[in-house]
Design a binder for this molecule. Sequence first.
Ligand code: NDP
Length: 314
Amino acid sequence: MRKTIIVGTGPAGLTAAIYLARANLNPLVIEGPEPGGQLTTTTEVENFPGFPDGIMGPELMANMRKQAERFGAEFKTGWVTEVDASKRPFTLKVEGLGELQAETLIISTGASAKYLGIPGERDNVGRGVSTCATCDGFFFRGKKIVVVGGGDSAMEEASFLTRFASEVVVVNRREELRASKIMQARARDNAKISWALGRTPLEVVADDKGVKGLKALNNATGQEELLETDGVFIAIGHTPNTKFLGGQLTTDDHGYLVVKPGTTETNVPGIFACGDVQDNRYRQAISAAGTGCMAALDAERFLEASEAFSAATV
Ligand code: NDP
């Protein structure tokens, strides 16, 4: 049995691992299908303090992992399918690793890209539909691309894709963009980006060779339009990864784990949550790392308190 198991290896989980390893608690870190989390699918990170010239997302995550390993954190790859949070030690069922037990758990499973849920979308993932510009942009050299969304993700994806594409059209359901002013300005200044705002996506149109267009409703005219394109990149936000918890931890209306304000404590004593899985507001690498540190300290104090309690009751 472990003192602590950390589920998830984004900035939150890896920061928790660094702190717990340095506290000699020998944490086990379970790595899922996207080791390093969302930052491994991004390009340059310009706003993580300490890197005045920026750093590539994958490099930042590799460094964090190296730092955790240096102090003794152990990493195993597996897919957590179930958690029994009803009693301590907690039991995890992990595909590929069997059953594992721990006195405390740190949940840092992040959030995954959302899809629109329109016809032709899922069927054409890998055939012109993508949620990751850095992964797939290369395949669209000299082609026309549509990016769906109006937040920072969409602006970032659109700007990045202009490295490859001949033209990038941003499609957003509202006329207003949700993105920060600086990201909007960057995209608006980019001559390769054009805008189809106030359009609700209806269908990804494809033939046996791949994507041909995006059918969308022009909200102002009520007319359907076909935007011809070779690729559709969906950048409309994320869903927190909490399914494996089977509803045992309290979540908000959007599925994000709820923690006691100012802490990382969930409704189950001994289970802590950090990073994007509990943060629908900031969702930044640096804030995720900050909550990872908090979760490690919360877990450490919890273990100390329960050891003191056990000693006092022997
Ligand atoms: P956001 O929630 O900010 O934006 C989502 C966008 O997708 C909105 O324009 C929204 O429209 C649209 N949308 C959502 N659902 C649908 C749907 N079903 N159909 C059509 N459109 C839809 O998500 P982001 O991923 O862009 O950003 C999340 C957070 O991450 C933000 O805090 C952002 O600042 C941060 N971020 C920072 C970056 C950076 O600093 N480098 C890069 C990327 C993200 P509507 O506005 O109408 O709701």
